[in-house]
Design a protein around this ligand. Sequence first.
Ligand code: NAD
Ligand code: IPM
Ligand code: MN
Length: 354
Amino acid sequence: MAKIKIACLPGDGIGVEVMASAKEVLQTLATVEEDLKIELVDFNWGSDHYIETGEMMPEHAIDTLKGFDAVFLGAVGNPALIPDHISLWGMLIKIRRELSLSLNIRPARVINGIQSPLHSPRKFDFIVVRENSEGEYSESGGVIHNGVNEIAVQNAIFTRQATERAMRFAFDLARKRESKVTSATKSNGIVHSMPFWDRVFQEVAKDYPDVKTESIHIDALAAFIVTKPQNFDVIVASNLFGDILTDLAGAVMGSIGIAPSANLNPDGRFPSMFEPVHGSAPDIAGQEKANPIGQIWTAALMLDHLGHLNASKRIIEAIEEVTKQGIKTADVGGAYSTREVTNAICDYLISSAQ
Ligand code: NAD
Ligand code: IPM
Ligand code: MN
């Protein structure tokens, strides 16, 4: 297979630490997987770059990224020094928008060796398909009136095209799995966009008569993720609902530090972008406490997307082997550092290949 070219953007805070881990895992894997040839190219864009230059990424950044097979991102945000709306619109959201990454795919399942905080979790394995380009994150609104009676407005724009695209992706994915799609809604008459969301869901469902469907209000769905996560297969959600559900899903797995995500460019015109669900975690940055599994599992999603299915499986196997041995960071009840977990995963990749 041809060499794959990956643009690595560690970003800020623990993004830098977990990116170093995941790169090491990828490089180790390339030494034992004959088919896997990877070129990793680093770009140190982010908050430090902003402090030096006044911009999160240089002007040519998006064009540069278009020359890669995939973009691998750590996390963005240094809220103590730069307001989040500057760092996020200047990098994370800019990349999502300008590379047309309109789908955000976020799996959640029981990982061997990682204890869920639920008392008696049944085995669960579901994927959230999050609409990633509009909805509650639409660029329409702002403070429209100043003074004592200030008014801030956020328009949640739902287009037929983007809504249907997320739903069709969810149905196609369900067909390869347990054939069930749950729609995260809020159609009890309060949020105007949601009856539209429901209508599109019902229409799309007609094209997939073999797939079971259900619609659950987002508030109840959040509760069910805690009380019966095993009931879900594919969940399709709007941008903000999907954002919140996937931190919750990460927590139910054991920690948001292990949750992966893929931001997909559906038509393959531009590279897709892969990043963990978590952020830059300034509260633990620089302390070797960050769980690298979210970033490493994300690397597995990236390899899977690029057609390296075997290499991807090996990463997941290595993660579960190491967690089963109890080599884990503190967020999932262990006493090991970022580096120790990374080394153990790399060691397993080498020893299991012999
Ligand atoms: P966060 O995800 O960074 O942290 C939330 C909590 O989870 C913290 O207590 C943190 O220590 C813990 N945590 C997160 N990742 C962990 C890991 N790998 N191992 C162990 N513990 C982990 O969310 P936040 O505190 O709301 O945001 C911090 C900054 O990150 C903000 O600037 C925010 O905007 C940004 N952010 C960026 C992204 C991204 O770039 N994709 C995602 C979310 C938040
Ligand atoms: C995520 C993050 C981002 C989002 C923020 C940092 C803009 O929380 O990737 O889940 O809300 O999409
Ligand atoms: Mn989030």
